[in-house]
Every structure is written in structure tokens, then in C-alpha cells.
Write a protein that binds this ligand. Sequence first.
Ligand SMILES: [Zn+2]
Length: 414
Amino acid sequence: MFTLLFIAFLLSDILLRLWLAARQVRHVKQHRDQVPPEFSARIGLYSHQRAADYTHAKVQLAIVEWITEAATLVALTLLGGLQFLDVRLGQLIDNEMMRQLALIGSVLIIVSVVGLPFAIWRKFKLEAKFAFNRVTPKLFVVDALKAALLLLILGVPLAASVLWVMGNAGPHWGWWAWLVWVIFNFLILWLFPTVIAPLFNKFTPLDNPEIAQRIHALAQRCGFSINGLFVMDGSKRSAHGNAYFTGFGKARRIVFFDTLLSRLNVDEIEAVLAHELAHFKYKHIIKRMLISFALSAVFFQILSWLSQQVWFYTGLGVLPQLGRSNDALALILFFLVMPVFTFWTAPLASWFSRRDEFQADQYAATQCSAEHLVSALIKLYDDNAATLTPDPLHSAFYDSHPPAVLRIQNLKHD
Ligand SMILES: [Zn+2]
């Protein structure tokens, strides 16, 4: 019964994805030969067509990736892959904790190996074709090794703590596991700006006094304290530009991608930052964090109930063992399968995110000028080859940011 439900959800997810992808490609193609009038003064037909082709190429790659991921999921669950690993590792490793960590590790390795060709293709074929990629094969390997090492250093203690709690904290372990998860998240937030991000990029203090002065004045106007303006060498990996806030409390800093600074003028940079500041001002980031913690509390409760149900294992192609712990199995099954059942909630998260983006745009328009934000947005859409004509349904389902036309209309109406 549960198996049928799982298959039904998996198939409907894929069909929904394919249908949305087809809509997106059709819509972008239909509008390929004409720049929308709102942009025709600023974006040429060549750029517009390049964005259409880039969107099309991304969708094509994503389709192959979804199908491969779904096949891997079925191979691991219903076709017995996980069962095989569990039995083999049970024969090889005596230590309970080591055995369970090895099981989680091997599933992670399988999932990474399946994803690797796609990551390579995306960088060296797709992004390279549209002149976005700056990663050399050597840097790609170094990045992958660093990421794997980081996962090992941070992931093993996390997995071990959760497994320990599952085995030793009694019937209410779901709450303890949740607490471990929350603490882990704060640890990452704290380590990210000063330890993790510098492993991959170089951060130098912003040495442009004109921009610095404008940003400090803006922050003061908005009642926001900053402890540093940094430039990140984003151009090392990609031509895409961005700016973000990171850290909390005293470690609060603003990070500009060098690619952003090189493309926007001072007015536009100020407007983009005012938008980012608004996310702080309206507590969007904290709200998102609280919602994610609340959801993870619910998920841990569901997991703690599911881990007691034999059908949860057998329905997904695994036989729980009587003589030893099945906690790692429950964890793996849950995290592999949960996205299949929650996929249809994506539009809800996208809707909330887009509402926040509109609010941030409004704030930027009052603190700086709508006109400068509009011109920054147009440059960024153009540089990133982001399509100006997405399919409305595709956009409503997935997009965390409103389509360009709506954002600009919203800004111009004030
Ligand atoms: Zn935003």
C-alpha cells in the first residue's frame, strides 16, 4: 500500500516537472523573437535570444537529471540497493555506530557519484557554452575535495549525534534530535562567514571609498549596523554577479561579488543593497529560519513515528533487522523519500518568498530610488541571461523571485 503511494507520488512529481518544463520551453520559445517592450530600450534582441537558449539548455539538462535521480531512488529503495548495502555492511562491521555511519556514508557517496556527471556537464558544457563558467578542471577537483572534507568534518559528528540520540534518548528522541539539528544550524551560521566561505573564496575589505561611504550612509539611514564591507572573488568561478549579507550579531557583514561591483554603478549598487537590507529590516531571514525550525520539528516527530512502523521499511524495499538498530536505515529512507511527498508544496514556499521580494523592492524604492533599482535589475537579468519571459505557471511554482516584468511594474507604479 505504502509502496503504491510512493510510486504514485514519484510518478506524479515527475509528470508535473515535465509538464512545467515543457510549458517553460514553449513559452520562452514563443517570445524568443521579441524583447518585451518594457526592456527593449535596454536589452538587445541578441541578449534576449541568448537568455532564451540558456533557459532552454538548463531545462533540458534538468530533465535528464530528474529522471536519473528518480531511477537512483527506485534502485536504492524498491529494487533493493539499500537492503543489499545494509546486509553487507552488517556482515563487515561489528561496531554498531560505525556500521550505521558507514551505511549513511555509502548512500551519500552513491548519490554524489550519480550527481557528479551532471555537475561536470553543467559547468564545463552548459555554463561554458554561455561564457559563464570560469572554473578550471583543477579548481573543480580542489573544490570537490574541500567540500567532501568539510562534509566529513561536519557531517560525521552530526550524523553520530543524531544516531546516538535515536538509540539512547528514549521515546521522545524526536525532540532531542531536533535540538541537535538546531544547534548544528547555528554552528554553521556562525562558522560560515569566517571559516567555511574563506575556504573557497578570498574576501578583501572593500577599498572603494565612494561606494563604502554610500553604503554606510544607507545603513545608517535604515538603522542598520554593519561590521565590514567585503569583496569576494566570485569571478574565480562564475561570471554571475551577486551581493549578500552574512553573519549575525557582531559578525554582520556585507559581501559583494567582484562581478557585481564591476558591472553596476554606485547608484545601482546602493539600490541593490537597500533591497538586501530590507530583508533584514522586515526580518524575512529570521522568519524563514523560524519556519524551517518549526517544520524540522514536525519532520523529526514524523520520522520518530515512522521509524517504529514496519511498513515504512518494507514498503520501501528494506527489511528491518531484529537483532540490531535500524536507526540509520530510517534516517536514510526518510531523507531520500520525504522530498517525493513534499514536492507539491514548492509553490507555497515560492509564493511567500516572492511576497518578501516585492516588499524588499518597495523598501529599496523608498530608501533609494526605484529607477536605480530598475536599471540594476535590468543589468543583472541581462548579465545572468535570466529569461524575461518565463511561463507564468512555471514561475509561480518554482521561482523565489517574481518575474522581471512584474518586479519592474511594481517598482514603476510607486
Ligand atoms: Zn531579495
